[in-house]
Design a binder for this molecule. Structure first.
Ligand code: SAM
Length: 298
């Protein structure tokens, strides 16, 4: 085992030796507690056959532990100033680690899965840059990338959002997407003192296990997600009013009213009260009504 990068002394030494400055806009809070890193890798269940996608390796603290456990690690880092540091810190792990200097939101993840794992499911493990947590998770889930599980450090409040139940303040489109595709488990809460620099909020590690079998029968998933996003777009309005006013859904006001009634819901119900199963039923009803001619012009 090589010397750990994730200690306060070592991290400081690397930063200073390379004249590196943390960039707030890239969400750079590096982990400096190697016990936490070991736990993340263990919660992710990384084994010798696994291919792992890491988002934002930073100076390689988590990458190092992943490399010692996995068959292959692809680490995507946006900050070009970190690339020479990563290459230096991960020397000795070249056979296992591939570093890509790219924006994860513009990365062809399907190509990585094909090239690095013959198209088989990979695992995603990351201490995420908090400013783009939701787009990263939504892309992995909605685009149905071939991912087995996602183990990520996120803001504690975001982990709560992912697990929130209907009617709770945190319940939203992210909760529905996560619960539609995955079984989630909260692995641990991580205090600001485990990072350099320290974030203002508590963090949490959460594992999302993508179900192999679908739990909810949805006729058109793209439409389902449009309905969900619409339902949460204006939380103060009733479900009927948000559906009726959303032009992109192309549904008639009457279809919205009928669907809500057929489901036995109160006409004044708000979207945030619907469970994932109820969203599935609602989107199926609306989809069928559209197919029967109940749609507005494109
Ligand atoms: N993995 C390291 C650790 O645990 O110490 C660093 C984690 S830090 C919270 C987030 C990392 O994501 C930073 O290195 C940052 O530069 C990188 N990052 C930010 N935006 C990114 C993006 N769009 N694509 C890829 N990496 C990004």
């Amino acid at each position: 085992m090589k010397e750990r990068i994730a200690t306060p002394t070592k991290t400081k030494e690397i930063i200073e030796a390379n004249g590196f400055y943390f960039k707030k806009n890239f969400g750079q809070n590096f982990l400096i507690d190697s016990n936490i890193l070991e736990k993340i890798v263990s919660c992710a269940g990384i084994g010798a056959q696994d291919c792992v996608l890491e988002v934002g390796p930073g100076i390689g603290s988590l990458t190092q532990v992943l490399a010692e456990n996995a068959r292959r690690v692809v680490a995507v880092e946006i900050d070009s100033n970190l690339i020479p540091i990563l290459q230096q810190m991960l020397s000795g792990y070249e056979d296992t680690v591939r570093i890509l200097n790219q924006d994860i939101l513009k990365t062809d993840i399907d190509a990585i899965i094909r090239e690095e794992n013959g198209g088989d499911a990979i695992k995603v493990v990351a201490n995420l840059p908090y400013y783009i947590t939701t787009p990263i998770i939504m892309d992995l889930l909605e685009q149905q990338r071939n991912v087995d599980s996602i183990t990520v450090m996120v803001q504690k409040e975001v982990a709560e959002r992912m697990q929130a139940a209907p009617g709770e303040k945190e319940y939203g489109a992210l909760s529905v997407a996560v619960q539609y595709f995955c079984d989630a488990s909260l692995d641990m809460i991580v205090p600001p003192s485990c990072f350099m620099p320290r974030p203002k909020v508590d963090s949490a590690v959460i594992t999302l296990r993508v179900r192999k079998e679908k739990k909810f029968a949805v006729e058109n998933e793209a439409f389902f997600f449009q309905v969900v996003k619409c339902a949460f777009s204006q939380r103060r309005k009733t479900l009927y009013n948000t559906l009726r006013n959303e032009k992109e859904l192309h549904i008639l006001a009457q279809s919205a009213a009928d669907a809500i009634k057929e489901m036995g819901l109160d006409e004044k119900v708000r979207g945030e009260k619907l469970s994932v199963a109820q969203f599935a039923e609602l989107s199926n009803l609306l989809w069928r009504k559209k197919a029967e001619g109940g749609f507005t012009a494109e």
